[in-house]
Design a protein around this ligand. Structure first.
Ligand SMILES: [Zn+2]
Length: 155
């Protein structure tokens, strides 16, 4: 039986290697658990992308690597999910655009849900789950609102 790449795959790539080992989502979660927020970058076309994938979403290349984004991001869209106070109160759901280009669905958590605005500058931070959220007041110095937060900021 032929286990080599089929004719429908991109010439020059070895997809069986790309699919070996833990999947990209598992690698993303593992690194997040270690305190590192990483996205992928394609070696062939140079574009960044998220969510984690085996192949580049733009050119199909399996030559992708993990990079640590700058941490600079802005709110692309935002909404408020209403909940009773006894159920935890309102919370924000936002699409945040990283400086590198990818957009990700997340929460902006250090601002009242209804005060999150489009184009607001935000930075990633790790929550205790661990999951990824974003904060507006984060500025990265110990002693300011960034350092005072219980959850771990990410560069
Ligand atoms: Zn690519």
């Amino acid at each position: 039986m032929n286990t080599q790449a089929s004719a429908s795959q991109t010439p020059g790539t070895n997809c069986s290697e790309a699919f070996a080992g833990p999947g990209p989502e598992a690698l993303f979660r593992k690194r997040l658990g270690e305190g590192a927020f990483e996205i992928q970058c394609c070696d062939d076309c140079g574009k960044h992308f998220f969510y984690p994938r085996v192949t580049c979403r733009y050119c199909g290349s399996s030559s992708v690597r993990w990079i640590r984004p700058s941490g600079q991001a802005r709110v692309y869209s935002t909404t408020v999910v209403r909940r009773r106070p006894e159920d935890g109160g309102d919370y924000n759901v936002a699409i945040v655009e990283l400086k590198e280009g990818p957009r990700m669905m997340t929460r902006v958590e250090d601002v009242p849900a209804a005060q999150v605005r489009i184009d607001m500058s935000v930075r990633p931070r790790l929550t205790s789950s661990p999951t990824l959220a974003f904060g507006h007041r984060l500025r990265g110095k110990e002693g300011d609102s960034y350092g005072a937060m219980q959850e771990k900021p990410l560069a």
